[in-house]
Design a protein around this ligand. Sequence first.
Ligand SMILES: [Zn+2]
Length: 140
Amino acid sequence: MVLKCVVFECTNRKDRDKHLQFYRLPAVVVNQGEDCENLSSERRREWLASLGQKFENRNMGNIRICSAHFIGGEKARLYDKGNPNWVPTVNVGHGENVLKQTMAVNRYNRLHNRQKRKQRKRSSLWKRVGVGKQETLQGE
Ligand SMILES: [Zn+2]
């Protein structure tokens, strides 16, 4: 299986783009104390939030984020939380924008369909008033 960067619209692939690193999603570290566990689960959450995608039905172990999404091309270490590279920030999160766009388009279509339905109702009303007999043929 070809490992591809999971970032929306990023086409970098591990087999082709050898100059890049491909990072796994940070794992939650459970065997090095509570602080470490909290910190690592926070980082995992932040990465997921930054990617802005839904990963239901995905094997999280196969997810890779390429180093192009880190300033200077390198992720920060777990304990280096103040570092801007603690989470990927370069050209990420487009998924969310697209989702918003899709929602806006859907909303527009719904409105549009509602108006069309209204128009149809009005015209069938006109038919009923106008042509009596046609009403049974047309139905609603
Ligand atoms: Zn990438």
